[in-house]
Write a protein that binds this ligand. Sequence first.
Ligand SMILES: Cc1cc2nc3c(=O)[nH]c(=O)nc-3n(C[C@H](O)[C@H](O)[C@H](O)COP(=O)(O)OP(=O)(O)OC[C@H]3O[C@@H](n4cnc5c(N)ncnc54)[C@H](O)[C@@H]3O)c2cc1C
Ligand SMILES: NC(=O)c1ccc[n+]([C@@H]2O[C@H](COP(=O)([O-])OP(=O)(O)OC[C@H]3O[C@@H](n4cnc5c(N)ncnc54)[C@H](O)[C@@H]3O)[C@@H](O)[C@H]2O)c1
Length: 461
Amino acid sequence: MSTPEQYDALIIGSGEAGKYLSWHLGSQGKKVANVEDKRLGGACPNIACLPSKNVIHSAKVASFFQRGSEFGIVHGDWHVDMEAVSARRQRMIDGLRDMHLANYTKNNAEVVMGFGRFIADKTIEVALNAGGTRTLRSDYIFLDTGSRATIDPIPGLVESVPLTHIELLELTVLPEHLLVLGGGFIGLELAQAMRRFGANVTIIERNPTLVHREDPDVTEGLHQLFKDEGIDIVTSANITRVEGTSGKSVTVYLSDGAKLQGSHILVATGRTPNTQNMGLDVVGIKTIPTGHFQVNDRLQTTAPGVWAMGDCAGSPHFTHISFDDFRIVRDNLAGGNRTTKNRQVPSVTFTDPELAHVGLSENEAKKQGIAYRLGKIPMAAALRTRTLDETRGFMKVLIGSDDHILGFTAFGSGTSELLPVIQLAMSANLPYSAVHNIILTHPTLSEGFINLFNTVPKKQA
Ligand SMILES: Cc1cc2nc3c(=O)[nH]c(=O)nc-3n(C[C@H](O)[C@H](O)[C@H](O)COP(=O)(O)OP(=O)(O)OC[C@H]3O[C@@H](n4cnc5c(N)ncnc54)[C@H](O)[C@@H]3O)c2cc1C
Ligand SMILES: NC(=O)c1ccc[n+]([C@@H]2O[C@H](COP(=O)([O-])OP(=O)(O)OC[C@H]3O[C@@H](n4cnc5c(N)ncnc54)[C@H](O)[C@@H]3O)[C@@H](O)[C@H]2O)c1
């Protein structure tokens, strides 16, 4: 082993938690190296959240063109230029890359491009992308290695060279017919975007409904939306094999004898944590059966002086949660006592309309035997939606016996921006009247809260 270079902190992976911790510790004058083997800044700005929302927005513009006459806009011939859609996405990514580089420079955090693995206690060897190795040592090591698309061991699937979200977002030619494996977050968002660009799309989901853990009104709403947009949905699908090559012709065979034919196939069936080939045995870092690093509620692994954050630590797979993992570790390093226990996990599925959620769903409340009063309105009751012709969907809120908000779900255009008000009331333990009684600007979507809380049944005396 070459003589290790000594650091105050080593961070493996430059995803959300990793980069923020690198910038934070660097700004405090610590000698920090952030090791990254692929894309600086991790998945979110390069291949996940931001590029997908960029492409989804282009698809929204396409849907406005399709709906032009509804708004009194008469246009001539138009078409989708996938090369230009892709170029717009790439421009955004390039800008984000510059922003990341500037942050590393400003905060004196070193970037080491290469794959990191443990070779001894507190010691990482980096196989440099540029060739050669470096050996780095620190008493403080933080893992933020993220996750990748799972490719199930279905006969013929690997051989079909399926698209993952990475290749799909980079397409410069529209698929004629896209088969989407999985009706979860990625499948729904990308299926709708591709359909709006003009592709035929079939979603193949193994459960009886899309987003099967959601309440029945949510799944019904999504099924109806996708049906109206001309997306085929095959549920309770048991795939026995795949034949052909994505980009040419692919056939998916189901156990009930059905045969689904497409030009391309996208896998969107969940994530696998990046925890392999990292020399974990050398330092005694354990993983759990899902492959994630084993951590406690302060995100400490089973090796002293090694923490894990974000997807690789099994935290809910969202960028905002990886960011919160960073805050927990940052504050505990400074002597705090923060944990991952009982934290809010808000989420938004960026279909159009969006599905925004925080707290308990009705399914969960029933399963846990928690009594609730339900307030619910159609989105059309928030009059803003009528000005926009975006009246599809509903909002609902679960209220506990003490008048506090237990959960909120909105399936409606622009509803992601409604979450923070509800989250604030929930985290400050305020009764729902605290939101109900605010003067809410007319005509905004949030004004819908007044109508929503009006529908909550009064407490029984
Ligand atoms: C298509 C898509 C859309 C999404 N949209 C959203 C969204 O809208 N909102 C949201 O909140 N979440 C979204 N997510 C989820 C979100 O992207 C992830 O939860 C988040 O990026 C995870 O961040 P992370 O910090 O765990 O690490 P990541 O961003 O995954 O970064 C980990 C980095 O570590 C590197 N690495 C791994 N192993 C090593 C090693 N040994 N040595 C060196 N480097 C290594 C990897 O190459 C990677 O760059 C989306 C995900 C996908 C796939
Ligand atoms: N807007 C967002 O915040 C956002 C967007 C995209 C991804 N993400 C994150 O990334 C994670 C991964 O997304 P995802 O869509 O890959 O996973 P997911 O867990 O959301 O959905 C996967 C779906 O695939 C189905 N499935 C699994 N194996 C299958 C098979 N063999 N055949 C047919 N269907 C099968 C599952 O039943 C499930 O419905 C999400 O859980 C989420 O945490 C978040």
